[in-house]
Structures are given as structure tokens and as C-alpha cells.
Design a protein around this ligand. Structure first.
Ligand SMILES: Nc1ncnc2c1ncn2[C@@H]1O[C@H](COP(=O)(O)OP(=O)(O)OP(=O)(O)O)[C@@H](O)[C@H]1O
Length: 465
């Protein structure tokens, strides 16, 4: 194993900007403008309030502290964490844009980095001149850069503007050229901040493919992304930063799961602050009205949702559902007047972070006649993967101008739980959590090569006659 990069007890101390205490040019101008407008004392008190708040804050703080990790050659490592966790600071130190306050870094090879839009390129120079400038900074000869030039411009897709000063580029064009320069000038280590998200989706995919290619060639890639899906797809390893500390470093799936859990915990803390101590994420039963449950309608007074419950087949309400058991979602509606058409009861299912997993369409419709009705949706065993899911219960008329008759947001919040992993023979010894939102049990069969024609639709091979 060859180490590409080693970080030991890295720390970065930032001084809180004293300028915020009311001495900046901006503050002086604000005072002047306000004096002209006759609002001097108002402006003064605002600046003083700001200054007092700043005085109450610590004067300096550790944006990074005690961070240690190693990256091997050819690895792609994702760096994850909330806003302000220290991700960009770490990348800036590794790119030698800012020095660390303490600790040490060891880098083997040439580093190319793509940090925020605006760094690395000179605004007055053209795209072409910037490519040469960047190559020179990386220590390449003019001939070497010239040999790579067409590839870079081709990849970036900005050939038409290559002789225009980059200050006239859109941020997307800028990032296109900047990534192409970093990724084609033969770096040993490529460092990419969230900036790629500025590019369009097609370009992002192209960049991801290029980063994979680089690591296949033995180069190392470190990148920051708020998209856990991208980090999961792109990396085997991740570093999870929280408030400047390295919480964990290791297998990407474990870390993204941990990060997700922490995000959800944080959301829960905020909900408790908002709704009080009684607030609970889990919800197997509800009755309306409930201040914690939002209901939407385009047709007030037409339909009312009275409540509902998530129950096991024997009728027990349960917010924690074993993965191998069916669950019935039962919702009670009152249609208050005759309607032009029957209504369509649907259920939208979301994961913990609000990503839609699927929408369940019904077999039967709810009659458009006044009366009380019960809608029952059966969730089969082994449909959803282990995890937490939120269900919206909806009643719609998709032929009406405004379709929503009743939408109950977050009607049910259920947690699907794994049963006995060790005893589940269908896992064939695989003990780790299985990724993904769903866990359908599909028929996967095996037969001797050439026998495919003889396999019947049930997946069984007929006995030789
Ligand atoms: N030059 C600076 N002077 C003072 N504080 C700074 C400076 N640069 C960053 N910080 C602070 O350091 C902390 C870490 O910032 P950093 O930009 O590294 O976070 P991040 O994880 O990249 O966040 P984001 O996801 O929002 O980009 C933040 O609190 C930020 O305000």
C-alpha cells in the first residue's frame, strides 16, 4: 500500500473577524448614508448591537481540530459534514492555499485542486491563458500543456469562449474549464470542493466519470459533496467532519448512514423545540384535527379525513414494523357532499430525508357520494428496506382542475426493522445492512449453461426426461 496523503492532528484556528465590530468601510458608508437620510441614531444602534453580539462571541475558534487520516494512492475519498463543519478549510490546507495552525500533512505527488468558483483563474486573462498559467503553477512545461490543451478544451465544452477573459464566463462555464484543467493536467491528487454542483447534471456526470478514470490510473481523488448519493456512488471511503472534528473515517456506506442518522436527529431536536416535549417522530395512529399534522385541500368542505391507523394483519397498531410482516394502512374519510366523480386514494412514501420512495395507486376508487369510507392499503412484507418512512395519505380527482381533495402530510411514520439477520438464510451469510429504500424478494434462479430454454416461468428447471 502506498500512501498518497497523510494528515496528522491537523488544526486550523481562525480569528473572528474584528471588522464586524463596526469599523469597516461598509459600516462607515452605512453611517454616512443613514446620517444623510436622518437615521443616524438608528444605524448607530444597529452597528452597536452587532458589535455587542460579536463581542459576546469567542475571538477565535478552531475550524479544524485533531484531524488525522491517511489516503492511499488510487482511492476516492468523500468528505461529508454539515455547513461549517470544516470541509473547505481542510481542502484549502491540503491545496496549500491556507496553512494549518497545528499538525502536519504529508503529500506525495502533484496536487490539482478545484475549490470555490473564482480561485485558481485570473479574471482578466482568457481561458487559454489561464490553462497555461495553471499548467505552469503545477510545474508543467509549455510543451506538456500544449499537448493536453485540446483535450482540456474539448472536455470543458467552452471552446467558443476560450479566447474570452474568464471574468465574462458564467459560473457554470468557469467551473467547466477549471475542472477540465485540474483533471487533465495529470495531477497525482485531485481535490474537488462542492463547486461541481454549479455545473449542469450532464457535466457533473462527465466529471464523475473522469474522477473514476483518474483513480483507475492510480491517481487519488478527494472531494466534498453534500449529495450523499454521489459520495456513495463515487467513493469507497469517506471522512465525516463535525464542527471541525473528524467524527469517523472509513467505509462510505457506514458513514453516510451515520451522517443521515445525525441529520434526522437534528431535525427531531428542532421539531421538539418547535412543538414541545410531546413531539414524537413515530406515528401509527392519528386523529384529526391535530396541530402537528398538516392537511391540504383545493376543495374546502368537500372531504374530511377523520384519522387513521397503521396495523398488523391482526389489528394491532404498530409504529415499528418487522420487515417480514405485512402492515395495513387504514384511513377514515368523510365525503360531505356528492361529488362529480369518484376520488382516487393514494399513498406517497418518503424516506427520512424526504426523498420520495414511491407512490401507491389504488385498485379501487372512493365513491363520490356523501358518506363515511375506509381506505386500506396493504404494505407487503419485504417491500420497504429497514429504515424510517413517512406516508402521506391523499384523496384526489385527477380530472378536476384542482386535483387535491384531501392530503394528510405525514399521516403515518413507521420504522421498518430487520428481524434476525443471522437467522435469515436468504442473506447467505451477508450480515451488513443492505442499502436501498426497498427490499423486494425477487426470484433469482440458476441453471446449467444452455438450459435456459428449458427453464419454465416459475424459474424451475424441468427434470430431464
Ligand atoms: N477565512 C476565515 N476566517 C474566519 N473564519 C472562517 C474562514 N474560513 C472559514 N471560516 C469558518 O470556519 C468554519 C468552517 O468553514 P468551512 O468553509 O471549512 O466549512 P464547510 O464544511 O466547507 O462548510 P460548507 O458546507 O458550508 O461549505 C466556519 O465556521 C467558517 O465560518
Amino acid at each position: 500500500m502506498t500512501i498518497a496523503l497523510r494528515v496528522e492532528n491537523l488544526g486550523k484556528l481562525y480569528a473572528i473577524n474584528q471588522a464586524a465590530r463596526g469599523t469597516t468601510l461598509r459600516d462607515q458608508l452605512a453611517r454616512g448614508v443613514n446620517r444623510l437620510l436622518g437615521r443616524g441614531s438608528e444605524a448607530q444602534s444597529l452597528i452597536e448591537r452587532e458589535a455587542n453580539e460579536n463581542a459576546a462571541r469567542p475571538r477565535d475558534f478552531w475550524a479544524l481540530r485533531d484531524v488525522s487520516f491517511e489516503v492511499e494512492e488510487g482511492e476516492r475519498v468523500g468528505i461529508i459534514g454539515a455547513n461549517g463543519a470544516g470541509k473547505s478549510t481542510l481542502l484549502k490546507i491540503l491545496s496549500r492555499i491556507t496553512p494549518p495552525t497545528e499538525g502536519r500533512i504529508e503529500i506525495h505527488g502533484r496536487v490539482a485542486s478545484l475549490l470555490e468558483v473564482g480561485t485558481g483563474f485570473h479574471p482578466e486573462l482568457s481561458g487559454r491563458e489561464n490553462v497555461y498559467l495553471n499548467g505552469a503553477v503545477l510545474g508543467m512545461s509549455r510543451g506538456e500543456i500544449a499537448r493536453k490543451f485540446d483535450q482540456i478544451v474539448d472536455f470543458s465544452g467552452v471552446e467558443k469562449f476560450i479566447d474570452t477573459p474568464v471574468k465574462h464566463y458564467s459560473s457554470g462555464m468557469y467551473v467547466r474549464l477549471a475542472f477540465s484543467v485540474s483533471a487533465w493536467l495529470d495531477p497525482d491528487i485531485l481535490i474537488v470542493d462542492e463547486v461541481l454542483s454549479v455545473g449542469d447534471q450532464a457535466f457533473q456526470k462527465k466529471c464523475e466519470e473522469r474522477m473514476r478514470e483518474l483513480t483507475r490510473e492510480g491517481r487519488t481523488v478527494l472531494f466534498v459533496s453534500h449529495s450523499l448519493a454521489t459520495v456513495n456512488q463515487m467513493c469507497k471511503k469517506a471522512l465525516y467532519l463535525e464542527e471541525g472534528r473528524a467524527l469517523s473515517y472509513g467505509v462510505v456506506e457506514d458513514l453516510t448512514r451515520e451522517y443521515n442518522r445525525d441529520v434526522v436527529k437534528q431535525i427531531e431536536v428542532e421539531r421538539v423545540q418547535e412543538h414541545g416535549e410531546d413531539w414524537r417522530w413515530h406515528r401509527a395512529r392519528f386523529s384529526l384535527p391535530d396541530p402537528q399534522i398538516e392537511t391540504l385541500t383545493d376543495h374546502p368542505g368537500a372531504v374530511e379525513c377523520l384519522g387513521g391507523e397503521a396495523v398488523s394483519p391482526d389489528g394491532e397498531a404498530a409504529d415499528v414494523v418487522p420487515i417480514d410482516k405485512q402492515t395495513h394502512l387504514v384511513v377514515h374519510y368523510r365525503v360531505k357532499r356528492d361529488l362529480p366523480r369518484p376520488l382516487v386514494p393514494t399513498f406517497n412514501v418518503y424516506d427520512e430525508l424526504g426523498t420520495i420512495v414511491f407512490v401507491a395507486m389504488p385498485e379501487a376508487l372512493l365513491p363520490g357520494r356523501a358518506g363515511d369510507y375506509e381506505v386500506r392499503c396493504v404494505l407487503p412484507a419485504f417491500l420497504l428496506n429497514e429504515g424510517r418512512f413517512t406516508f402521506n395519505a391523499n384523496l384526489s380527482d385527477f380530472e378536476a382542475d384542482k386535483t387535491t381533495f384531501c392530503a394528510v402530510v405525514g399521516a403515518f411514520r413507521l420504522e421498518v426493522q430487520e428481524v434476525d439477520v443471522a437467522a435469515d438464510r436468504r442473506r447467505h451469510g451477508y450480515r451488513a445492512p443492505l442499502p436501498g429504500f426497498t427490499r423486494p424478494r425477487l426470484s433469482i434462479s440458476v441453471c446449467p449453461a444452455g438450459a435456459v430454454d428449458r427453464v419454465n416461468t416459475s424459474g424451475e428447471i424441468p427434470r430431464a426426461s
